[in-house]
Design a protein around this ligand. Structure first.
Ligand SMILES: NC(=O)c1ccc[n+]([C@@H]2O[C@H](COP(=O)([O-])OP(=O)(O)OC[C@H]3O[C@@H](n4cnc5c(N)ncnc54)[C@H](O)[C@@H]3O)[C@@H](O)[C@H]2O)c1
Length: 318
């Protein structure tokens, strides 16, 4: 079988490629593990790491010809992670619509045209929700207040409909903010949630653009990679007609993150606080409290504590 990871050069896509290459197999429609012959990593930039058994393809995920070349009858699983992140999608409406929405529909259409019903696992986001009173549950409606969240919510609905119609097998995961992202800050409005740990742990200064009492619904990259691999092994046909899942996470305030940083030997004096109203405005639209019994019942897990999340960064990425 062949596997496609869109956004394969990105933070999570690259880690997923590494983990899948190590695992070497995925469940087929009958639940049996089948060896992966090839993992195609599609991205418009070069992947930093191309693990054994993987092939890096440079191309535009919103180009139908590119999709035709990377999804064929042998493609059993598509992990669709390519995206324009929140800050950029808010600034560049056309780009966000093209990559976050149009490309998703093209992927679903390509899969439908093959009549092989591949599994499609889509990385949605908690940004698909707006601010709500009380905890978000599996039944909370999508009321996003950003273009990124709107694009993700529409893409989720499309995936659900393609799966309901039997064109694909599918599941959409609403990811919490994934912390700690290695490397440089990106253009996600949530970038501060990683920077506030990563920079001080690397001995660098960091300016936090939001208030200390801001809470973040977060999880580690290790948990997300495990969720995608676990999801691909599930019998997606048993999910019923609603195939969008809020993944488990932890609610942690920035204040609590700073306390954990100090426990792990980081220097909190490297952090300065300078409110950026534009970032604060986006962050204010994100919910921070979730109940995820549906995901837990299906075997999805998160980390035990923010200290564990930091340890994963220290051992795997720093
Ligand atoms: N990291 C998080 O905290 C988080 C939280 C919620 C949801 N998500 C979602 O998870 C997915 C992966 O996130 P990430 O943090 O790895 O993001 P990332 O930005 O590191 O990776 C996305 C990749 O998509 C690629 N890409 C963008 N436009 C493309 C195009 N036109 N053609 C081909 N490739 C293109 C980028 O080059 C990048 O490598 C995204 O869909 C994101 O929306 C991430």
């Amino acid at each position: 079988m062949k596997v496609l990871i869109t956004g394969g050069a990105g933070f999570l896509g690259n880690k997923l490629a590494i983990a899948l290459s190590k695992k070497g197999s995925c469940a087929d429609a009958t639940g049996h593990q089948v060896a992966i012959d090839e993992i195609v990593m599609l991205d418009h930039v070069e992947a930093r790491i191309v693990p054994e058994g993987c092939r890096s393809v440079i191309g535009d995920v919103a180009d139908p010809d590119v999709l035709e070349s990377v999804i064929d009858e042998d493609t059993a699983v598509v992990f669709h992670l390519a995206a324009v992140v929140s800050g950029e999608a808010e600034e560049n409406f056309d780009l966000g619509m093209r990559v976050n929405l149009d490309a998703t529909r093209l992927i679903l259409e390509r899969c439908r045209s093959l009549r092989t019903r591949p599994k499609v696992l889509f990385a949605s986001s908690v940004a698909a929700f707006g601010p709500e009173d009380g905890a978000i549950t599996g039944k909370t409606p999508n009321r996003p207040l950003t273009s990124y969240g709107t694009q993700k919510a529409i893409a989720e609905l499309l995936l659900n409909d393609y799966a309901r119609k039997g064109f694909i097998q599918g599941i959409a995961f609403r990811l919490p903010t994934v912390v700690v992202r290695p490397g440089r800050p990106n253009r996600a409005a949530s970038s501060f949630a990683s920077s506030i740990l990563r920079e001080p742990l690397s001995g660098q200064k960091m300016t936090c653009p939001v208030r200390r009492d801001v809470g973040v619904w977060l999880t580690s990259p290790r948990s997300i990679v495990s969720a995608f691999i676990h999801g691909a092994d599930l019998d997606l046909e048993k999910l019923g007609n609603w195939r969008t899942l809020n993944l488990p996470g932890l609610t942690v305030s920035l204040e609590e993150m700073v306390e954990a940083l100090i426990r792990k030997g980081g220097d909190a004096n490297l952090i300065s606080w300078e409110l950026d109203p534009a970032v604060q405005k986006i962050v204010d639209t994100w919910p921070v409290a979730f109940e995820t019994p549906e995901a837990t019942a299906l075997g999805f897990v998160t980390d035990n504590s923010i200290d564990d999340v930091i340890d994963i960064f220290l051992t795997e990425d720093l």
